[in-house]
Structures are given as structure tokens and as C-alpha cells.
Design a protein. Structure first.
Length: 532
């Protein structure tokens, strides 16, 4: 290709993931396909530029595939989306997955299971690959594969296909493993019955009595059989019953169950989780999975952040389990301890005071470092994904100084409004109280925070295609707030049309806006008063 063609091709390569490739650009790519086959970033666009109906297309795809040096696992996942219908292209994508580490397959398993929906035939390369992986790695892959399929069984469009995959999987694993999965399923069904029972209109005292009685009877059953059971949340979480006195019915509308299990390992801590029936946990599951992908990108690029990526699993439609992060407190609780709603509006030292009193397991320096690096991650992740409802009951502190966020019911800019007024006007939650922990404007820790924030933002921008692809692959989940239109929110938060210098100035401005936001403090105060 000549220099003029190369410049045009590079311009196509720089296009935003939301910019379509026009007819002329497709022609340029296809005319130069053998050279472009060695330009890894353009492979997905190249396969979109051909005419699938052309009788010579398959032969050309084979030639192109032979010339490709390497593509990333996320690019391979993109080639498994609904845009790429040619079986040769999809089989090539699976061949890339076969070379990927098992841990990468585990990270992106949610997308890969959803990609099965785009397969025309029940027997296909992707299904065979996932089944082989699930059977070869039943603990790391198979367990989640089983529950991801089970969670989709309400969907009439894929019920038959996914049911067959489940049947093949359980028929090919060993008998002891099959019994473990069966026990998990039985325990979950029993707990679901309890969860539905507590929703009935009855006095609280009576409801609590029946709930504790049901749990005690379940415990007695496991004691008689001397049975240990794995939790759907994590195959490695082996339990032998419930600690009934530490279980409770939560006060929220759908009456989720707070469940504390006795660890089968005598030296292990109790395992705490929440069971929800009637709540859509898919948003939480997707958000935390994208957080994990972001954390992986930061680590790979030299920014070791700290995030509490707790486990969330959908087990059926509007049903699932959440892992609870113990030894932590909400910011709302911290603000109440430090004087309540009014004082938190004016006090700058409440978080630092709490850290100094409670973070005794680490040194003061380490606690502040943990606070710094966890805030870098959550400021960027919540800003880029447009996570809404960031009040002080949805932000928590661990007793080592780490901050983390919970409860992800709204994202991609679906912010709440009250009487036509946007309740959350700060780009992300980083108040002057947060800055005070780091020493204020001129401190070395705050300067370090800003440097890492800018660096972390640059990493996400350079990997914008990864974030967009992973979310696009989940459009078929049917999550109301996850649409192609709402995905365009990322174009703004990742500053896709800005230069690196402009993007740095942009994120610095967002930090300043967040620190000086009155709406965040008011939102915190109102939430404390409303939930007394």
C-alpha cells in the first residue's frame, strides 16, 4: 500500500468505537486486506468490510487468517458478536481463545456465554470450547458456566439451546462433582422458598419467628446428614449450616435475606451473603465484572489499584446472591458516628478521624495509601461507567483504609432526578473530606493521587475498545439501561474526541468539580436524615 492509502487506513484505525465505517472506508480496508491482516487493531473492522455473500469471501478469510500474527482475547470476543456471522471468522476467534490463559477465560466468561446466543447452530466451535473448558476446569470455569446457563433458563429464545448445554455438562462431569452441583441447587431452592415466605403480609415478629424456625429446621437436616455444601457464589465456599442468630430479614421493600453460614473449615471465618428475590442483580454483576476488567488493565499497565470486587451471581430471573464484605462500615455510619447529618456538612475531618480510630491492623501511612489507591480506582470506574445513586450508604470503608462502592442499580448516566433536578451533579465522589485524609491541596499524598488518577484515566482511554466491546457483548442480556444508545455515554466520559493533553485537563477539571460539589454533601446529609 502507498503512503496515501496508509494515512487513510490509520485514520480509520483512530475512529471512535461508535463511529460507523462508511462504504468507501470498507473498500479501502478490503483492497489492502493482506497488509491490514498484520495490523492487529484493525482485524475486526477488516472482517466487517467484506461482503459475506461473495462466493470468494470464505477463501479470502482463510488467506487473511493465515496472515494474522496475533489478536487480543477481547478482539476475539468481539468477533463472536452478532455482527460476525461467518462461521470461519467465528471459528478463528475460538482458536484465539484456546491459546488464552484459563484465568482470562474466567474473567470474560459472562460475555462468552452471552455470545452463544449469536450462534446459528446448537453444535458450534464456541459451545464445544466452553464445554471442554468447563469440564477440564470444573472449579474455576465449570461452576460459573453452570450458573450462567441456569440464570438464562427463563429466556424462551435460548432455553432449549442452553438446556442442552447444561445437560451435556452435567453428564460429562464426575459423579462426585454432579452431586455437589445438585446439593447447591437443592439448598438454593430451599432458601428461595424461605425468601418468598417472608414477603407475605404478616407482623414482623411472626415473620422473624417463622424465618428463624425454617433456618433451624434446615440446619437440623444438614446436621443429621453430616453434609457440607458449596455455595453458588463460589465453589470454594464450603458450608455446613447457618448461624441462625446472625441471619436476618432486611428492611428494604423486597425483603432480602442476610445469611451467615458456618464455614466447613473449622479455622475459616463465617461466610456472609445476601439472597435477593425480586431484584435484578444483572446490573451489579455486569458493573463488577467491568470493574474487574478495568483493574486488570491497570495492573497490566503498571498501576496496582485496590478494589473490593465482591461476588454477585444471578441464579435465575430476578433472583441471585451477593457476597458481603465484612469488617467494613458505610460512610453514612461513619458520618453518624462523627456527629450526624448537619455536622458532616461542615466537618472536614470525619473520615480521617474514623481511619485513625479503626484502622489498627495497618500503620497510619499504609491506611492512607490504601485510601489513596482505592479512590483512584473508584473515582475513575464510577465516572467512566456513569454509576448513579452514589450516596453514603453505597460507599464503604474497610478497616485497613480501603474505600469501596456497592449497590450498582443504575449506570451509563441514568442518574436520579427529584422534581426535575439532577440529584447527583458531581462527576464522581471525592469530597474535601477525602482530600483531607491525604493532607490537603499541597500535600505529597494528594499530588500522588492526582498523578495516579491521570495515569489511570490515560490507561482506560487507550483501552476504550476493550470497555466498549465487553459492554456491547452484553446488550443481548436485555438489561434496560444497557443499550447501544446508552453506551454512547462512554464517548463523553472517556473523552474519545480529545487529545491526550485535553483529556488530562478534562479529568483534572472533573476532580476539581467533585471536590467543590455542594450537591454531594447535601445528598449525604439528606440520606442520613431520610434513613434514620
Amino acid at each position: 500500500m502507498d503512503n496515501e492509502q496508509l494515512l487513510k487506513i490509520l485514520k480509520i484505525d483512530e475512529k471512535s468505537p461508535f463511529d460507523d465505517i462508511n462504504h468507501n472506508e470498507k473498500n479501502i480496508l478490503w483492497r489492502n486486506r493482506y497488509g491490514i491482516a498484520k495490523m492487529n487493531s484493525l482485524i475486526p473492522k477488516l472482517f466487517l468490510s467484506s461482503d459475506y455473500n461473495n462466493p470468494n469471501a470464505n477463501r479470502e478469510y482463510q488467506r487473511i487468517i493465515q496472515l494474522i500474527n496475533n489478536i487480543t482475547i477481547v478482539q476475539a470476543i468481539e468477533l463472536l458478536s452478532g455482527k460476525y456471522i461467518n462461521p470461519i471468522v467465528r471459528t478463528f476467534a475460538v482458536s484465539v481463545l484456546k491459546k488464552a490463559p484459563t484465568n482470562d477465560i474466567k474473567i470474560y466468561l459472562l460475555q462468552l456465554v452471552q455470545a452463544l446466543k449469536y450462534e446459528k447452530n446448537i453444535d458450534n466451535a464456541l459451545a464445544r470450547f466452553l464445554l471442554d473448558q468447563a469440564i477440564a476446569h470444573p472449579i474455576t470455569i465449570g461452576h460459573e458456566f453452570f450458573w450462567h446457563l441456569r440464570a438464562e433458563m427463563y429466556n424462551q429464545e435460548v432455553q432449549k439451546k442452553f438446556g442442552l448445554y447444561l445437560e451435556v455438562f452435567v453428564n460429562r462431569i464426575s459423579l462426585p462433582l454432579y452431586k455437589i452441583f445438585k446439593d447447591e441447587d437443592l439448598m438454593l431452592k430451599t432458601l428461595i422458598v424461605f425468601a418468598e415466605k417472608v414477603k407475605k403480609n404478616q407482623p414482623k415478629e411472626e415473620r422473624d419467628r417463622i424465618f428463624k424456625q425454617d433456618l433451624a429446621s434446615l440446619n437440623e437436616l444438614y446436621k443429621q446428614k453430616k453434609k457440607e455444601v458449596s455455595l453458588p457464589l463460589n465453589f470454594k465456599y464450603r458450608v455446613k449450616g447457618l448461624i441462625v442468630d446472625k441471619c436476618r430479614i432486611m428492611n428494604s421493600k423486597k425483603k432480602p435475606l442476610w445469611l451467615t453460614f458456618e464455614n466447613a473449615d473449622p479455622s475459616g471465618n463465617p461466610i456472609v451473603c445476601m439472597l435477593k428475590c425480586g431484584d435484578d442483580l444483572r446490573m451489579d454483576m455486569v458493573t463488577l465484572q467491568i470493574f474487574l476488567a478495568m483493574q486488570t488493565l491497570w495492573f497490566e499497565n503498571g498501576l496496582p489499584v485496590k478494589m473490593a470486587i465482591y461476588k454477585v451471581l444471578c441464579t435465575a430471573y430476578m433472583q441471585g446472591m451477593l457476597e458481603m464484605v465484612t469488617n467494613s462500615e458505610t460512610l453514612a455510619s461513619i458520618h453518624i458516628q462523627e456527629g450526624g447529618a448537619i455536622k458532616q456538612l461542615f466537618s472536614i475531618a470525619s473520615i480521617l478521624n474514623w481511619i485513625e480510630k479503626n484502622c489498627k491492623s495497618v500503620s497510619p501511612t499504609e491506611a492512607k495509601e490504601n485510601f489513596l489507591i482505592s479512590n483512584v480506582a473508584y473515582c475513575l470506574a464510577t465516572f467512566v461507567l456513569g454509576i448513579a445513586d452514589r450516596h453514603n450508604d453505597n460507599i464503604m470503608m474497610k478497616k485497613n483504609g480501603e474505600l469501596f462502592h456497592i449497590d450498582f442499580g443504575h449506570f451509563l448516566g441514568h442518574f436520579k432526578y427529584k422534581m426535575g433536578i439532577k440529584r447527583e451533579r458531581a462527576p464522581f465522589v471525592f469530597t474535601r473530606q477525602f482530600q483531607y485524609v491525604l493532607g490537603g491541596d499541597d500535600s505529597e499524598l494528594f499530588k500522588k493521587f492526582k498523578e495516579k488518577l491521570i495515569f489511570g484515566y490515560s490507561i482506560l482511554r487507550k483501552n476504550k475498545d476493550v470497555i466498549v466491546t465487553l459492554l456491547r457483548m452484553l446488550l443481548c442480556t436485555g438489561i434496560p439501561e444497557l443499550t447501544e444508545k446508552s453506551l454512547k455515554f462512554l464517548e463523553g466520559t472517556l473523552a474519545m474526541k480529545k487529545s491526550e493533553k485535553e483529556a488530562t485537563e478534562f479529568i483534572e477539571k472533573k476532580l476539581a468539580e467533585s471536590m467543590d460539589s455542594v450537591s454531594t454533601k447535601l445528598n449525604f446529609a439528606i440520606h442520613i436524615v431520610a434513613n434514620k
